[in-house]
Design a protein around this ligand. Sequence first.
Ligand SMILES: [Zn+2]
Ligand SMILES: [Zn+2]
Length: 166
Amino acid sequence: MRRREFIAGLGGTVVRNAATRMRTMERAYMEAYEGGCACGEVRYRAMTMPLLSLHCQCRDCQRITGAGHASMMVFRASKVRLTGSLVYYETQASSGNVGSRGVCARCRSFVMAKSSGYPDVLWLTAGSLDEPGRFKPSCVVFAHSGHGWDYTDPTLTVFPQMPPSK
Ligand SMILES: [Zn+2]
Ligand SMILES: [Zn+2]
């Protein structure tokens, strides 16, 4: 009897811990990624976790940011709500895909990007997040056009080009 009570009690603890863990995971999952441009015209809300977070050192990102790379998060497009007026600038990638970078029509902040080759996803810029500290990059892409002065975390996975998607 005593032993059965002990086991039942233990079971309860395990179930409670699992429930707490699920609630924590749900909260992390449900906490939207929100952000926007410098002037407030463009706002976005991504109700999902990023599929991938990266630094892109391609020449187009360098030119549009004026820096060594763009820091971006990839989201499932259907989970992102964008409001406000954007102007798009298109570039032809070496893969043949057309890349489209969206800047605010008013303040010209670089907020988002999309590619004809990946119609189900869109990229949001890490610097436009309301809480940029939530950006957790895992890799560097197009590192072949990166520069020595654009130092990135050596623990990140480095791809000379864009890694092939499955
Ligand atoms: Zn703006
Ligand atoms: Zn790029």
